[in-house]
Design a protein around this ligand. Structure first.
Ligand code: AMP
Length: 189
């Protein structure tokens, strides 16, 4: 699982790491954006919530996520990006994959000013200064506390999200250290 404040580069990195490991990148944000762009019933329901930078209700998010991780391509593993974000979502994930079902929780560390710059630069529909601030506040209030839960379970690893995209990908691969994979870090020993 990848976790960190909005704009930390989780989505970009999750795409790259998923590709390297040959497992799907599951992003609830991407799934909601896809629904919104296709104009589905769910898309219409979540569009305003996303534009305001608020969280979609757990009931909706959990149902969508559950359907996704039950698909056969996720059977051997997946990278979760942007889920769980609330205590209720942690509880749902626990009941889906077990309390120790996640191999690693990768915590993205990025400085605040850098985050604001990155988000304004990518120009997404929900990246206006006001929405960005709101998303930060909600992250700090609702999602950051979840780190305590995963720290207690001994699953967290911190990654410095600042720097060259390739370099950050290498840092993540090094801390994930999936069985059978060889990394630059291994060879340096
Ligand atoms: P993201 O691409 O992860 O930044 O998500 C974009 C937006 O989708 C968020 O600001 C929320 O409105 C919504 N969203 C994505 N994942 C979740 C989640 N796990 N719980 C609630 N809302 C979510």
């Amino acid at each position: 699982m990848f976790i960190g404040p909005p704009g930390a580069g989780k989505g970009t990195q999750a795409d790259r790491v998923a590709e390297r490991l040959g497992i799907p990148h599951i992003s609830t944000g991407d799934m909601f954006r896809e629904h919104a762009s296709r104009g589905t019933e769910l898309g219409e329901k979540v569009e305003k919530i996303m534009a305001a930078g608020e969280y979609v209700p757990d009931e909706i998010t959990v149902r969508m996520l559950e359907e996704r991780i039950e698909r056969p391509d996720a059977a051997l593993g997946f990278i979760l990006d942007g889920f769980p974000r609330t205590p209720g979502q942690v509880a749902s994930l626990d009941s889906l994959i077990g309390e120790y079902g996640l191999d690693r929780v990768v915590v993205f560390k990025v400085d605040q000013d850098e985050l604001m710059e990155r988000m304004l630069a990518r120009g997404r529909a929900d990246d206006t200064a006001e929405t960005i601030r709101n998303r930060f506040d909600i992250y700090m209030e609702q999602t950051q506390p979840l780190l305590d839960i995963y720290e207690e379970r001994g699953k967290t690893v911190e990654v410095n999200g600042i720097g060259d995209i390739d370099e950050v990908t290498q840092r993540i691969l090094a801390v994930l250290n999936p069985p059978g994979a060889r990394h630059v870090a291994d060879e340096e020993e």
